[in-house]
Design a protein around this ligand. Sequence first.
Ligand SMILES: NC(=O)c1ccc[n+]([C@@H]2O[C@H](COP(=O)([O-])OP(=O)(O)OC[C@H]3O[C@@H](n4cnc5c(N)ncnc54)[C@H](OP(=O)(O)O)[C@@H]3O)[C@@H](O)[C@H]2O)c1
Length: 253
Amino acid sequence: MQNALGAGQSVLVLGGGSDIGLATVRRLVADRTRTVVLAARSPQRLAGVAAELRPAGATTVELVDWDADDTDTSVQVIDAVFDTYGDIDLVLVTAGVLGDESVTQRVPAEAVKVLHTNFVAAAAAILATVNRMRAQGHGTVVVLSSVAGERVRADNLVYGSSKAGLDGFCQGLADSLVGTGVRVLVVRPGFVTTSMTAHLQPRPMATTADAVAAAIVAGIGGNAPTVWVPGKLRPVMAAMRHLPRPVFRRLKA
Ligand SMILES: NC(=O)c1ccc[n+]([C@@H]2O[C@H](COP(=O)([O-])OP(=O)(O)OC[C@H]3O[C@@H](n4cnc5c(N)ncnc54)[C@H](OP(=O)(O)O)[C@@H]3O)[C@@H](O)[C@H]2O)c1
């Protein structure tokens, strides 16, 4: 169950090896979260993380084999986690791929992979989660969207549109859940220095996984439906959204 600040005792991370997800879990465990389920491809890679979380305060750390792309099995795994642990207070949906736009913008099958993982497969996992949270009568789903989805740029149109789809889906879903006790929190980071972006030059206002984690934990304790990281991206993107197309096209970063 959640305390007055919204912090939960149990968390399931869908994309358990994500740098942002793990930074968030570390903060949650340092607060009061005791049950941690990390769902990931090749979960054995996370044995070291599990060994770190237990002395930090987690009483249960479970590693579960989960591939978002296989949506039928993904839903079964999520159901099995809820069946095993009863109430899950918080689910972090962090699985995502960046893709290589020089490839995905030319090769349809490669574009489909990114669109599928970031939007279709994520939406299936989120729906499965929300169904179980409705049944238990409470819970928060934190979904990693991106500023890239706020206004899709030509240079990352495949990734950006995948996040735009996911973001729109989650906004509508959040509105449909008002009054149910279930909440969807959409997180829109800018450039974050993680494994996903290690090969890229940081963009202006780049931030860290731990800064995103801090914003997520604060967002869980608040009421806003959306979290921007860093927060100053919110007015920047509000202005960006309304730029005329010919001006927007000429922007570089
Ligand atoms: N880093 C940024 O600049 C940034 C900015 C805005 C939003 N985001 C979003 O934040 C989320 C977390 O990203 P991150 O920066 O923490 O990167 P990350 O460390 O690379 O985490 C992404 C995770 O997604 C997992 N994943 C990918 N496809 C999967 C699948 N089919 N099934 C299960 N897991 C899958 C990866 O697992 P494997 O290790 O098995 O590949 C990886 O652990 C992503 O959704 C990303 O789009 C990131």
